[in-house]
Ligand binder design. Sequence first.
Ligand code: PMP
Length: 386
Amino acid sequence: MKKLAQGMYRILGEGAFEYLAKAQALERQGREILHFEIGQPDFPTPQHIKEAAFEAINNNFTGYVSSSGILELKEAIQEEVEQSRGYRPDIDQILVLPGAKPGIFYPMMAVADPGDEIIYPDPGFPTYGSVVKYLNAGDVPVGLKEENEFRLNPDDIAAKITPKTKLLILNSPQNPTGSVMTKSELEEIAEMAEEHDFFVLADEIYSKMLYDAKFHSVTVRDETKERTILLDGFSKSYSMTGWRLGYIVGPKELIEKMGLVMINALSCTTSFVQKAGVAALEGSQEGLYEMMKAFRERRDAIVKGLNEVPDFSCLTPEGAFYAFPNIKATRKTSKEMADFVLNEAGVCCLPGSSFGPNGEGYLRFSYATSVEKISQAIAKIKEAME
Ligand code: PMP
């Protein structure tokens, strides 16, 4: 075959899918595997959200809709941002997308020319680094440190800023560590962005998934008018990963240009899925509360359990549903350890290194599974380690 465009040789995949395939290969051989690799809640989408989609389909709400999203959903998002962040964006600052992921890809594409530097957390969601490489932008990962409970340190960001810095990506609550940025850290970062004139993309997909910490958004300072872009979605909070629904809120010109990208790439986000999104935001939040109650129990169980495994130590995550134990004392690389845990204990987790070089020495466990399965997994890992 003829060679493809150069960018196609720079774009990367995701570790979760690689380990899922390894686990499935073992399952085909008859092994029983406990799954901790996938970042998706194990709860069904709440019934009233499903009903809203059924109703929309039955009413033939199945054609093209506005490329930036249906007004009803944009109004619900406007209200949601006001309630959760404390400011009310204009309707034309909102773009509805099929999932949160295009809300990473499109803004990165919209602001960075080749060579423009993009700063992003390491370890962090793999899409950030992959898209930086795809765009041939300047790749500037900034390490998260366990001593700082895996929160991005504003001083570490400051050390990476150059005249070429175009975009900073923040993710709080964070994947893969579960860390949550503080208000004062975010204020400091927002000031830095103004002073050095760069954009900030705030990936806040886990904004409703907190335990004890309070949620703060970096976007509050400029109300997404000048340089901040808020990304949130429905996949995690409402157990809607397969529905593909997310949104960004940002400066008008940027949203308008990304609307053109939408028209060219996708036309619009699925019509009836957007009606389900309205039901998610405006309907009962009971499903979310129940889910977070379960996640809290699971978090406590897995953190306690992982700390009992010889040579493992694990901080308590403040948000999302990931535990990120330190395994440096095992003297194995995180890939070796993830393979060992999979092959010897039948427990599938991810190597920290699949979230960036700075994730080396850690594992990621997505605790989207029952407390019973968590107990079984811990017992099996302990046995394998001993
Ligand atoms: N951002 C982060 C930090 C995530 O963890 C994920 C999903 N794992 C996404 C974005 C993408 O979400 P979606 O499935 O809605 O595209």
